[in-house]
Structure formats: C-alpha cells, structure tokens
Design a protein around this ligand. Sequence first.
Ligand code: PEP
Ligand code: MG
Length: 880
Amino acid sequence: MPKYVYDFTEGNKDLKDLLGGKGANLAEMTNLGLPVPPGFTITTEACRSFLAGGALPDGLEEEIALHLTALEKRMGRRLGQADDPLLVSVRSGAKFSMPGMMETVLNIGLNDESVRGLAKQAGGNERFAWDSYRRLIQMFGRTVQGIDGELFDGALERLKAGRSDLDLQAEDFQRLVETYKEIVRAETGEDFPADPYRQMRMAVEAVFASWNAPRAVLYRRQERIPADLGTAVNVCSMVFGNCGMDSGTGVAFTRDPGSGQQGVYGDYLQNAQGEDVVAGIRNTMPLQELEAIDRDSYDELMRIMEKLENHYRDLCDIEFTVERGKLWMLQTRVGKRTAAAAFRIAVQLVDQGLIDLDEAVTRVTGDQLAQLMFPRFDGGADRKRIARGMNASPGAAVGKAVFSSERAVELAAAGEAVILVRRETNPDDLSGMIAAQGVLTSRGGKTSHAAVVARGMGKTCVCGAEELEVSAAERRFTAPGGVVVAEGDVISIDGSSGEVFLGEVPVVASPVVEYFEGAPVGDDELVAAVHRIMSHADSARRLAVRANADNAEDAARARRFGAQGIGLCRTEHMFLGDRRQLVEDLVLADGDGERERALAALEPLQRADFAEIFRAMDGLPVTVRLLDPPLHEFLPDYTELSVKVALAGDRASGKDRRLLAAVKRLHEQNPMLGLRGVRLGLVVPGLFAMQVRAIAEAARAVPGARAEIMIPLVGAVQELECVREEAAGILAEAGVEAAVGTMIEVPRAALTAGQIAEAAEFFSFGTNDLTQMTWGFSRDDVEAAFFSRYLDLGVFGVSPFETLDRGGVGRLVRIAAEEGRRARPGLKLGICGEHGGDPDSIHFCHEAGLDYVSCSPFRVPVARLEAGRAALACAGSDTR
Ligand code: PEP
Ligand code: MG
C-alpha cells in the first residue's frame, strides 16, 4: 500500500508532485529548523484515489490516525480535548499554486466544550476563543457543508452594526456562534458536527473534492495546469494571530516582486487570523511597523527571510503568524514577479554569488523579454474598455480611428497618429498598416493577415474583436453598450491583452528596445540585466536566429536585434502597390510575347528589391522565397469588379472585361489548396525564372551577398526538380552561386523528405501551412470561429498556430528532419512559420536538431534568449 501521509519532518521541497507546493515547502522549512507549527501532509496520490473512487482510499484513515496520535503526543494535548484542546488547520496545497481556488478550514477541534478549554489556554481570553469557534463554523459551513457564505457574512454584519471587528466582545461572538449553528441546522437539517475527528475527516474530504470545484477547473484550464494532478492536504497544528494585540498575521516578500529591489515588502495585521489579511477586513500596516510593535519577532522574521532567500536562491513569498510574541512560519514559496523584476533579480542573484549565469538565463523567459520590449499603457491611468479581441501583436497604440488604408496614409502624412480599423485586412492594407500606430480588426485569428503582418512590423495589433461592428462604408464602428466610434475619434489598443479602450490612454516607451536598437547600456539596471542575460544566452545557444523580412528597413532592424540572416523573404509583398498593374498585365497577357514583356517590366524592380536587402544584410545569408500566393490575390475583388462592369454596361472598357474574365477563371473554392507556390511556377512560364534572374543579378551586384533560393509548397520531388533545373541554368549563366532549397509545408513533403532532400540543399519548415494542412484547419478562419470552444473543451491547451503541435505537426518535422538528413547528411534545417518566434516551439526546434529558427524582427531577441534557454535545458542530453 502506498504511503499516503508524511510528517513535515519527512518531506522536502523537491516532493511537490506528491506533497503539493505548500506541503513540500513546509517540510523544507521544518528541516531547516525554522519555527513551523508541527503537522503532516496527505499526498496528492490519496487525492487522486479519492477522486477516482469517491471515497478515502483503504488504509488512509488509519494512517491519518497514527500521524494525528503522534502529533497529539508531541503537542501534549488531544484534538479537541475539552480542557486543553489541540486545534488543527486543514489546507489544500497543489503542485502549482492555485490561489484561493480550493478550500481551507481553520480551528478544527472546537466545539461547545473545547471552546472553554481554549479560553483557558489563552489565559482566560474568552473573546479570542469564541471568535475562533465562530470562524470554524463559518468556514466549515461554507466550504465543507456547501452553505452560502453570504448567510454567515450577513449575520456578522448585522451583529457588528457598523462597529469594527475589534470592538466586538466575547458575548457578541458567543451569540454569533449560536446564530451560525442555527444557520447550519436550517441549511443542512443537522447539527454542526461536534466530534473533532469527524470535523477533520469531513474537512479532508472537502479539500480533496474542491480540486474539481468549477472555479478550480476554470483556473487550471486558463493556467494550463493539468487536470489530473490532485491536491495534497496539510494538517497543521493551529497557532493564533487573533489572541490579542501582541498577536497578528502577515505576508511578506524577500524583495519587491514589482521591481526586484531588495528590502522588506509585506503587510501585517494585528489581532487577526489567516484570511483576514487578504480579505481586507481592516487596513493592514506596512511590515516595517512590526519592528516598533514587536522587535524580537521582526528581527527573527528578517533573519528567516534572509535564510530562505539564500536557501531557495530566489525571491520567496511568505505567510507568517505571531502568537503572543512568538513567530511562526505558515508558508513559503518561490514568489511570482513582474518581467522587469525577473531580469533584475536573476542578475542580482548572480552578483550575490547565489546562482551562476547559466541558471540566470533559465530564470527568465522569452515571454517576459517580449513584455519588456513593447511600449505599455501607464498602469495607473484611467481607461474605459469598450471591447476585447485577440492579443495578436503586443504593444500599446493610441490614435484616431480610420477605416481605410488611404485615409490612414493621408492622416499619417499630415502627422496624425492613427489606428487602422478594419473588419479584416488584406494585402492591399499594407500601406495603411505601415502608416498606422496599430491595427484593430473585428475578424480573424492570430495567423490572420493582420496579425502576421503586424507582428512582422512590430506593430501593435488586436484582431478578431468580434463585439465590434465595423462599417468601412460609414467610417465607424459600434461597440457593446451603444458606443459609436467614428473616424477621427481617438482609441487606444493593447496588443498584449487584446483590450480596446475609448480615448487616449498614456503610453510609456521601452528602454529595452532602445538598447536593442543600439543605445548604450548606460546605468539603467534593467537594461544592464537584459544585456548580461542576452550575452550569455547567445554564447550558450546552438540554434542560429534569423528573421522573416522582405524589405531593407526590416532587414536592417533585424540585424540590429541580432539576426544572423534572413530565413524568409516573402516576395509577394513586392508585387503590391504600383506594381499591381504589372501583375495584372502578366495575368492578362495574351501569348508569349505579352507575358514576356510583363515579366521583363517586373524584373528590374525585383532586382532592386533584392539588392537593397542584400546590402542591408551585408554578407549574411538571405533566403528569398519565390512567389507563393494565388495570382488572383493581386487582382480586383470579383464582386466589386462585376458591379463595375455591369453598371458600365456597353461602356465597360475592354481591359475591365478581360480582367473580369481572368478573375472568374482564376477563382478557386479553396485558394489555399489551389494554384499557388511551386504550382504557380510550373504553370506560369517564366515567372520563377524572372525571380531567379533578379536574385542572381542582385547578388552579383552586391559584394559578399549570400542568396539562397527557396521554393514554396513543394509536395513532390519532381516539382522541385523542375524548378531547380531551370534555376541552376540561370545561376550558372549569371556566374552566381546560390543554394536552392525548399519549404516543407505540405504533409506529403515531410513524408517524402528523403526523396526531396536529393534535390534540396536546405529545408525550411513552413509550419503555418503545415499546421493548416495537418489539422485541416483554415488558418484564416478557425481561430476566431471556434478555437475558444476547443480551448474550453481542452482539445488543446493553446492554438496549434501559436505553439507547434508536437504530437502531430512536430512528428512530421522530426520525420522530415531525420529522413532528409539521412539522404543528405548535413542538410541545413530551419523553420520560418510563426512558430519560429514562439518559446515552446523554439525548444522543440532545438530538440529536433534544427539549425536555425526564423521569426519576425521584433521576436529575434526573444528567439535568441529561448534558444539559449533550450540549449541549457538540454545540456548533457543533447543528442546531436
Ligand atoms: C508557412 O506556411 O509557415 C510560411 C512561412 O509561409 P506563409 O506563411 O507565407 O504561407
Ligand atoms: Mg506557407
């Protein structure tokens, strides 16, 4: 039979799986010799067994009884003993902190007799004894017996009649006990259980059951805590902070969790018990004031806090109680902190000699770094939230709402800050997105056009704010509650939280971005900490980090941010704006001659595009992807054009008619699965050849340029061979060397990677399409359409478009990596889907043996950090 119960002297901090965080740390503190009230922990394993079988597992009650007897012996009193009672608390404690989500019952062991014994113990303090008894009935009634807490609170409020709890006397509490007992009788049809052992057993069962309380289930889902862990139960002998003004209870941090500064941070409440501090029954006092009230307890607490920091080598948070001048430790754990504090503390601990730089890098996360990189709204400012969408690209943006790209460009040129608001964006909105401070859409998920492009530009974006009714025609949107925002009205959007606010919310800039942009480290402690951690992460990582960029400006920024090349230069953005006309000419070309002329007109423009990027990258590799999207994306909208032609009737131009015919001809039911990528290259003669020639000539013109040519959407080696052969001829003619490789973004490509590698000099995993096609999820639709339901149901904990789905898509990546390298040893492998900038996915890429990740320029520092963390996490077990 498993051991279900551990005395505090038996556990340690590494047993969190079994004893929960609270139990493991109580054991650790006990073994450190700190003043922890004696007690024991019932394991999570017992909880799991209880939840599975609906009853306490065999043998558990006996084991609890044995430990309780030992505790009673040690304390010299029995549980609920009438003249001198031992009282215990029964507290939940899961592996991961779930604050306030599960149950706790204090003062177990009190009844009509032992309450008098307690008063005697406390030197005749009747008030304290009756206050403790009413607290037991209240907590027990609410949490164990499921009685509405309002009934108890209401009775207390009526009794107080405006007085502070400190003004209540023993007789008041005694009367309250009677009222509470009546509530219990009325609500359950039974008397409040007087038997202390029964109280304890019922409380243990209630704590176990509270693992599956609705709020706990919801919290776990949100925090991605596995549902099958169960909670431990801690049974701890009671100490009292509510037995006079020489007693009290408090919480403390060993340093400021907001800034990381060392010092004393905490709150203390005199003559109060447990929950009173957080419940806010009275104003707490700053912990420093304890020094004046009770110097000895304060000094001891300071010594213990230092000891805990040195022992845990990290910021700790603490709960403690002072009982008539004696300090007791009730809880400690490694404390939560802000992103800025995380960086500062990690480096402070290095300087104190408590941890080394390797460990400092593992103590911070890419998400925390990302938070530090975006301008933020001033937390203290007033704000009126009008909607919430998806947090597609972080940051804080303020500007006048505009409903078309033209207007965005116009107002921006006049020096106005604007937010581009669209139902959804399309490639035509690029100029507007560039001009705007931020982008807000009412449709589309995190891989929608708006989201991907905005992230690429480091521009704030909230997408899929479905509560908004956007009318571009009327130049306004409406939000719930009858709010109407017209063109020119100021709004503020928070891309980190997805919130949309009416009016201007003040913004603060990020010093960390200024540092990445090349500003000196200076004496800003946060920037200095980021610098040290980033330098170390760079020296530790194996993965190279490249950027997705398709213009010289982004390329230059990516380099400043530390990119070691361009992993994906999408060429389609180069076909927009004025050049759209040339693409139309290409589509409408009648015969070889017209088509060649259209391509010839595009070629010098492309050459100039590539040359600029090669220059910006100054000898670093640049992977240029040949044209990927279906051609009709460059043509006018079918409906609009049909209306235009119909209205014009006989007067419609020949060009418009031909265009309409072309749009019709190119229309596809499933364009993402249609004529795009390599298929386009094979079907439109001369298109890819023109692009390859432009790349080759640009590379020849820019000294040191390192071009790599990448073919999209390949599913069969034969497709690649056709393009490759033509490209090889053009490169040879130009006298330029450039690797030719392929994206792996169609499942068939992954599954036939061994064959494909024969014709590819590198693979780059296009995990956006690979996810779309592996799951059969339309990447533009499903996130907004039903992912929230899927997340609620636990189908997945996070969108597979955000974090790489290791079990499915990841498996295809591994297969392709292995089979590709088997066929071509040393085959270079990278990833250029959105996952290339996602922390968890970067760890996967490290584990799968990829050579580089490529992500939007603004994610480059995050990727550098996570690549370093991944290497350190795998150190020793790296198989490559
Ligand atoms: C991909 O599919 O992952 C990719 C990088 O290509 P795109 O997003 O341009 O389709
Ligand atoms: Mg793709």
